[in-house]
Design a protein around this ligand. Structure first.
Ligand SMILES: CC(=O)SCCNC(=O)CCNC(=O)[C@H](O)C(C)(C)COP(=O)(O)OP(=O)(O)OC[C@H]1O[C@@H](n2cnc3c(N)ncnc32)[C@H](O)[C@@H]1OP(=O)(O)O
Ligand SMILES: CC(C)C(=O)C(=O)O
Length: 553
């Protein structure tokens, strides 16, 4: 048995007055991307300056107004990147860059050197406050730990006097989730008092789940507790910085927003230390899919993924929310059937509201294609095959025909696994459109009666290789064509059960597809035939030939 006794349960906050469970997310928070700092510090190969610039430009394009661009005192590359942004004038006026530093004098000095010339900067200082880190890393008591934060605040306040930029102070009690709440509050209040309204900007208190330690509701309790107990809440921006160690970073962040957080720090696709930071894209798309403006421009997930994968040398998983290759794909029959029906019902409703079973969001809103929504394997059903024929090739198979053609495709998928749309189309051609044995259509002349009366069809066709010319009248072109064939091939004894047609394309090159279901009177066999032509009558006669060939098999 696994030794679960090795682990202690993380204590929960005794906080029965919580209000967050009754709240709803109604607007997006202020977003801060930490891709270039927390994301970058977790990469096997941190980004080069050029890659950082590309990532920075992507973040700007996505509409981030706060971007943590690094830890400029940590290394030359971080410093050079920041200087390049300044010297090449790459930071738009409405964007605030954020820089991280420990509360140590030489690091803060170097940080201020690095930010010289920047208009708006968040100087982000941190020190670890948890019980564990106080004990095993810092060997310090609470007062000494608090003093680090106070000293760091004073250092920023001092250096700010000689700095032209508009500085905002951010303080993070790192490892907040492992810190006693009273102590975290005590430090934040002390930092705020030390800062003492050094300028008009609100102070940012960033309460990180440096390590996600327990269930998201506990984080929400901690955030709400802090939110309610700050001494000067009006002058605070309450920020959260969740990680994803237990796989619940997104849930924890959403509950933290209910609990009163104003701002979220996270990364694209949740890159970051260990299992990552919270994934801002998922959070934003979650809001979008609830009818909330996410405040970011996320209409091209493929581009975001491409830049991210290249700059970070990371891969986005196949099932990653919103971005994964397979997340808008249904293989199973009942899902495909429901998606197919849902999309038709929605188009018919025409009210512009997205409501499709199994698809919480319209893939095209993210720049994803419809076509791969449905992929066909042996788990698929008629709805899926019909969806592919419609979405990829424009053929709207009549409901009664879907089973017939799906059975053909299932035989292939049972042998070879997944069947691509092009293979499905090839098979459709082979089965319905291209067959010329024993009957091959050559041409037809159709004369409609001027008023009441019969339609006359003159038909040229081949039967078992022999060319024939036949003529007959009937109560419509199909009936007349059947009579004409019957005159030459008496064994043909069929009647039409079902007929439908639709335009396949638009404009002067428009073609029509006709579907005709026929029954062989002797054998009782029933099948569909399909015909395509720029002329609808010819399409229906071709469809009849197609059905005759299938009945002759
Ligand atoms: C949760 C987070 O993501 S926090 C951000 C983490 N990111 C990084 O660390 C990436 C960049 N960091 C670095 O490159 C380096 O750590 C540097 C350049 C900042 C500092 O380098 P060094 O001084 O050589 O090493 P190191 O970080 O190990 O310093 C540890 C010392 O700083 C102290 N320290 C650690 N954090 C802090 C802090 N936030 N404020 C003040 N002192 C701190 C430690 O107590 C330790 O002191 P000791 O030497 O007396 O034991
Ligand atoms: C510096 C802090 C905010 C951090 O990165 C963390 O706690 O994860």
């Amino acid at each position: 048995m696994m030794n679960f006794k090795k682990y202690k349960r993380v204590p929960v906050l005794d906080y029965p007055n919580r209000e967050w469970p009754d709240k709803e997310i109604k607007k997006a928070p202020a977003w801060c991307s930490v891709d270039l700092r927390d994301g970058n510090q977790a990469l096997i190969d941190p980004m080069t300056v050029d890659e950082k610039i590309e990532m920075f430009q992507l973040l700007l394009k996505l509409g981030f107004k706060e971007i943590e661009i690094g830890f400029p005192a940590a290394s030359q590359i971080e410093y050079d990147f920041l200087r390049k942004l300044v010297e090449e004038n790459m930071i738009p006026d409405d964007v605030t860059v954020q820089v991280l530093t420990q509360c140590r004098e030489h690091l803060i000095d170097r940080t201020f050197e690095a930010i010289e010339g920047i208009k708006n900067v968040i100087v982000h200082i941190y020190n670890s406050t948890s019980v564990l880190q106080r004990d095993v890393v810092f060997h310090m008591d609470k007062e000494a730990i608090k003093q680090i934060a106070i000293d760091g605040t004073n250092m920023v306040k001092e250096r700010m006097k000689n700095c032209e930029g508009n500085i905002t102070l951010e303080y993070s009690p790192e490892s907040f989730t492992g810190t006693e709440m009273e102590f975290a509050l005590d430090i934040c209040n002390a930092v705020q008092k030390t800062w003492d309204h050094a300028n008009d900007n609100k102070i940012i208190f960033n309460l990180p789940a440096t390590v996600e330690m327990t269930t998201p509701n506990v984080y929400a309790d901690q955030i709400e507790w802090m939110n309610k107990h700050f001494e000067d809440r009006d002058n605070i921006i309450l920020s959260v910085h969740p990680h994803n160690d237990r796989g619940t970073g997104v849930a924890a962040t959403e509950l933290a927003l209910l609990a009163g957080a104003d701002r979220v720090e996270g990364t694209l696709f949740g890159n970051g230390e260990r299992t990552g930071n919270v994934d801002i894209l998922t959070l934003a798309y979650n809001m979008f899919s609830q009818g909330i403006n996410p405040g970011l421009e996320l209409g091209d997930i493929n581009e975001i993924r491409e830049v991210y994968e290249r700059c970070c040398k990371m891969k986005v998983g196949m099932r990653h929310p919103y971005a994964g290759k397979l997340v808008f794909t249904a293989f199973s029959g009942s899902h495909q059937d429901a998606i197919n029906k849902g999309i038709h019902a929605m188009n018919k409703r025409g009210d512009g509201i997205w409501e499709v079973p199994y698809l919480p969001i319209d893939p095209s809103d993210l720049g994803r294609q419809y076509e791969p929504i449905v992929r066909i394997n042996s788990q698929s059903g008629k709805g899926g095959v019909a969806f592919v024929m419609d979405a990829a090739y424009g053929y709207k198979l009549p409901k009664e025909m879907q089973r017939e053609f799906a059975d053909v495709i299932q035989k292939i998928s049972e042998k070879q696994g997944e069947v691509s749309p092009s293979t499905i189309m090839d098979k459709f051609r082979e089965e319905y459109l291209d067959a010329e044995e024993p009957f091959a259509f050559i041409r037809a002349k159709v004369e409609e009666p001027e008023e009441e009366g019969e339609t006359r069809v003159t038909l040229r066709f081949r039967y078992k290789g022999e060319e024939m010319l036949a003529e007959a009248e009937g109560n419509g072109p199909i009936n007349a064509a059947i009579q004409a064939i019957r005159g030459k091939v008496p064994s043909v004894d069929v009647h039409v059960l079902n007929y439908s047609e639709h335009a396949l394309s638009e404009g002067s090159e428009a073609k029509a597809a006709a579907y005709i279901q026929m029954e062989d009177a002797k054998s009782g066999r029933i099948t569909f035939g399909v015909g395509v032509s720029s002329n609808i009558t010819r399409a229906s006669i071709r469809g009849m030939f197609s059905a005759l060939n299938r009945l002759s098999r």
